[in-house]
Design a binder for this molecule. Structure first.
Ligand SMILES: [Zn+2]
Length: 70
C-alpha cells in the first residue's frame, strides 16, 4: 500500500486541493481567491483615481475662475 504524499491544502478553506483546481480544492475556492486578489488590487488604484479626479476638478474650477476674471 502506498501512502499518499502530504498534499498542500487549499489556501482558502484548508481542504485537500484538487488537481483540476489547484492550488485550490474547487472552483469556488479558486474564485474566492481571485475575488480577494482583485479587490485587493483594485482598492488602491480606485482611491488614487478619486484623488486625481478631485485634483482635476479643482484645476478646472481654478481655470474657470481665472477665465472669468479675464
Ligand atoms: Zn477550498
Amino acid at each position: 500500500m502506498t501512502k499518499p504524499r502530504t498534499e498542500p491544502a487549499c489556501p482558502i478553506c484548508g481542504a485537500p486541493r484538487s488537481p483540476r483546481f489547484r492550488p485550490f480544492c474547487s472552483a469556488r475556492c479558486a474564485d474566492a481567491d481571485l475575488q480577494r486578489w482583485l479587490s485587493d488590487a483594485y482598492v488602491i488604484p480606485v482611491a488614487e483615481d478619486e484623488e486625481q479626479a478631485a485634483a482635476n476638478e479643482a484645476d478646472d474650477l481654478a481655470g474657470q475662475s481665472e477665465r472669468g476674471r479675464l
